[in-house]
Design a protein around this ligand. Structure first.
Ligand code: 13P
Ligand code: SF4
Length: 323
């Protein structure tokens, strides 16, 4: 604990010295979330991270999250320096949707409006008409559906089919999934709910359909934290990465939060309920990054400007829609 607090103090000092701003996701180490909040950065969902990074005047942003979040920041602000504690922090959705295969899929269906989830590479975003995050995907597809558009959706099949069911839109789905959320189990969740009949169930829409079906609230990380605060209940079962519990407990003190069941227990199923790539962000690699950033570009995000110029259109459409 003592070492942690001295690392945190050092990070605060370095952020100030280097005039860098820390942007953290709710799934990263609790200390990195607290640091972002305490130093004038932000801790939030993917949509807010993108907006915050774009609008902040700092020349350097440190993104504690996964690679697509750093890339989105770079695409929106090519003039800023975007650094990440570990550039190998990827996402199974991004890995499962290679740009060349995705392009061929789009080319085979030229009559469809291409909507991609934020959890994709810059090259995939460059091929898309729209990029969406979990907080606004439903509204954007509903809007496109009302205009009579047919949709090609990638890569998360669970989020895609959830949106399809809700909106009735004609959606052709890429078959990707998140290795964390894919592990939540509907039958076990029902049994847990029977033990806690008063509990409300909060679910991230990357979860399988039989888990989403049991939800009281389905939403992005920010949306389900808000639900934990605002719903009049004392107990919640939470189906998303357990990194979120830190903020939920802080935002709704006195309430009880239970992790939704996964295939194995945490001893046998290491990636269950915690994203291994989000976990690559820590206090030590953040200190190292800040100490070396003037002499090294090892941790810097680069996006091919030609790709960035295309990808910015699909991201900006979402941000304009959200505004
Ligand atoms: P949010 O946009 O809801 O924060 O989700 C990002 C993510 O990677 C979920 O697994
Ligand atoms: Fe990707 Fe899933 Fe990790 Fe989110 S939790 S970054 S969707 S692998």
């Amino acid at each position: 604990a003592e070492q942690r607090s001295s690392l945190k103090a050092r990070i605060k000092q370095l952020l100030k010295e280097k005039q860098a701003v820390l942007v953290s996701h709710y799934y990263v180490d609790a200390d990195l979330q607290d640091l972002a909040e305490e130093t004038g950065g932000c801790v939030s969902d993917s949509l807010e991270m993108a907006r915050f990074g774009r609008d902040h005047s700092a020349k350097t942003l440190i993104v504690a999250g996964v690679r697509f979040m750093g890339e989105t920041a770079k695409i929106l602000s090519p003039e800023k320096r975007i650094l990440m504690p570990d550039l190998d922090a990827t996402c199974s959705l991004d890995l499962g949707c290679p740009a060349d295969e995705f392009t061929a899929f789009c080319d085979a269906h030229p009559d469809r409006t291409v909507v991609v989830y934020a959890n994709t590479s810059a090259a995939v975003k460059a091929r898309a008409d729209w990029m969406v995050t979990s907080s606004i995907g439903l509204d954007i597809v509903a809007h496109l559906h009302a205009q009579g558009k047919k949709i090609l959706w990638a890569p998360d099949k669970h989020l895609g089919s959830y949106i399809q069911k809700k909106t009735g839109a004609d959606m052709l789905l890429w078959q990707g999934s998140c290795l964390v959320h894919d592990e939540f189990k509907g039958v076990e969740l029902e049994l847990l709910k029977a033990q806690y009949p008063e509990a409300k169930i909060l679910v991230h829409p990357e979860s399988p359909a039989n888990v989403v079906a049991l939800a009281d609230v389905v939403g992005s990380t920010t949306q389900i934290i808000d639900a934990a605060v605002n719903l009049p209940a004392d107990t919640f079962i939470v189906a998303t990465d357990n990194g979120i519990l830190h903020k939920m407990r802080a935002a709704a003190p006195g309430k009880r939060f239970i992790e939704a069941p996964t295939a194995g227990n945490s001893a046998t199923c290491k990636s269950c309920a915690h994203c291994p790539w989000m976990a690559m962000n820590g206090l030590q690699n953040l200190v190292d990054l800040l100490e070396n950033m003037d002499n090294s570009s090892a941790n810097e995000i680069h996006v091919d400007p030609a790709i960035g110029q295309k990808a910015v259109t699909s991201i900006t459409r979402m941000l304009d829609f959200a505004a």
